[in-house]
Design a protein around this ligand. Structure first.
Ligand SMILES: *[C@@H]1O[C@H](CO)[C@@H](O)[C@H](O)[C@H]1NC(C)=O
Ligand SMILES: *[C@@H]1O[C@H](CO)[C@@H](O)[C@H](O)[C@H]1NC(C)=O
Ligand SMILES: *[C@@H]1O[C@H](CO)[C@@H](O)[C@H](O)[C@H]1NC(C)=O
Length: 275
């Protein structure tokens, strides 16, 4: 009964997940910080284009909310949205939204009027991964100093800093500094935990076998004693021709005990079958 209910639930869930479409926002160039006067292309990667996904944004400097690409800014063609020339006023949070109101996860974009940008992962980083931050000026990658939450980390002569095996403590607001061109805007780097891995099928099978063994070990004595009881009773009633007086005699204490035990066993076995 419970199994069929579970199966029905699974079936409904898979149907539902098949009906709700997903999209993710991709940005090119792949950077969450951009210079002014750059062109940028935003694309909604969707699993079904019939849903009509468009790019929307909330800007930080002008306070626009949920404005739509094509209608309020940029040019939308299909699921692609282009901005030909970026301005600091384009800084904000961007996401894809379907006509049905479904939304993708969002990305932060910062456009600077300055000469230095920090190129960092656009999406949250998985715990344990390596992350490389690049400090870029309009002209080249120079020696740069990297900061996290206002504290100096280290200077990298190439302008690249790699953080190995990121952990939650690496989450924070990063900036870079160059001597010649000044400082980049800050970018928030978020770190997400590794998805908890489901126990391998081997161990669930092992658990099942263990439970089965446990049941057998617990119930075997009952089963065996039941079989013994039944055969004893049978032999007594059919095997020998007992005198009537013996049959009528009140049961001895031992016999009474056995009968009680037999009843207990029967009760235990019946309750187990109801489980
Ligand atoms: C955009 O702004 C609206 C209105 O303030 C807010 O409800 C929504 O959560 C914002 N979206 C994102 C992705 O920050
Ligand atoms: C958007 O930009 C991409 C890359 O720059 C380009 O290939 C594409 O034709 C542009 N699309 C529109 C609608 O402007
Ligand atoms: C955007 O930046 C804000 C703070 O600057 C941060 O709290 C938020 O998590 C960021 N969102 C994403 C999607 O990175």
């Amino acid at each position: 009964m419970e199994e069929t209910r579970l199966l029905r639930l699974l079936f409904v869930t898979s149907l539902l997940s098949g009906c709700t479409h997903q999209a993710s926002l991709k940005i090119s160039p792949h950077s969450s910080q951009l210079f002014s006067w750059q062109s940028v292309s935003l694309r909604c990667d969707e699993d079904d284009s019939s849903d009509g996904w468009t790019v929307r944004r909330n800007t930080t400097k002008t306070g626009e909310t949920r404005t739509q690409c094509g209608a309020d800014w940029g040019e939308q063609a299909g699921s692609v949205c282009n901005i030909s020339y970026t301005f600091p006023s384009d800084s904000g949070v961007y996401w894809c939204e379907s006509t049905g109101g479904a939304a993708s996860s969002s990305i932060n974009i910062t456009v600077t009027g300055g000469a230095v940008i920090l190129q960092s992962p656009v999406l949250p980083v998985m715990e344990g991964d390596d992350v490389t931050l690049t400090c870029t000026t309009k002209t080249s990658n120079l020696s740069a100093a990297f900061n996290k939450d206002g504290s100096f980390i280290r200077t990298e002569p190439t302008g690249h800093m790699t953080i190995h095996h990121v952990s939650r403590s690496d989450e924070g607001l990063y900036k870079c500094n160059t001597i010649s061109d000044g400082e980049s805007p800050p970018s928030w780097i978020s770190v997400t935990g590794k998805p908890t891995t489901a126990p391998p099928p081997d161990s669930t099978l092992l658990q099942l076998v263990f439970r089965l063994l446990l049941h057998l070990v617990v119930f075997c004595p009952y089963c065996i004693s039941t079989v013994i009881m039944v055969s004893l009773y049978r032999r007594r009633s059919t095997g020998n021709d007992l005198p009537v007086s013996m049959e009528m005699a009140p049961p001895t204490q031992a016999e009474q005990g056995l009968a009680d035990e037999y009843n207990d066993v029967m009760a235990a076995v019946t309750t187990e079958h109801h489980l």
